[in-house]
Design a protein around this ligand. Structure first.
Ligand SMILES: [Zn+2]
Ligand SMILES: [Zn+2]
Length: 124
């Protein structure tokens, strides 16, 4: 076992665990999942793997933005953008330009606000 590593603290799990991690890789995934469903909690091992996969494709210059459908220049900042219909489903996540993602996020939260109960009548 590398220096500083220790056995995974999960019962009967023999996997070595790096010092920065609470459990072995497999159990970290489980642990992250069990830590509540806050949308951006998806930044676990699955997310990192997926992001790396997309990063390799973007580096080759073969990916278009999921929102504006325009090409993503490998030199540009991009986000691994979640799907608005199910932000927890990583299979639906795909890259978009930073700006496209941020403006979509703003719109989405406005939509959410609009859906809430609005006791005040329209001003006309
Ligand atoms: Zn483990
Ligand atoms: Zn875009």
């Amino acid at each position: 076992m590398p220096k500083g590593w220790r056995p995974c603290p999960k019962a009967e799990c023999p996997e070595p665990t790096p010092p920065a991690q609470r459990y072995c890789d497999a159990h970290m995934v489980e642990y992250e999942k069990s830590r509540g469903t806050k949308a951006e909690r998806g930044y676990g091992a699955d997310y990192q793997r997926l992001r790396l996969k997309w990063a390799l494709r973007i580096a080759k210059g073969i990916v278009n933005c999921r929102r504006c459908k325009r090409w993503i220049n490998p030199a540009e900042v991009w986000h691994l953008d979640h799907d608005d219909r199910d932000r927890n489903d990583l299979k639906l996540a795909a890259p978009s330009h930073e700006l496209c993602n941020l403006s979509a996020g703003g719109k989405a939260s406005h939509r959410e606000d609009a859906r809430g109960p609005d006791p005040s009548p329209p001003p006309f």
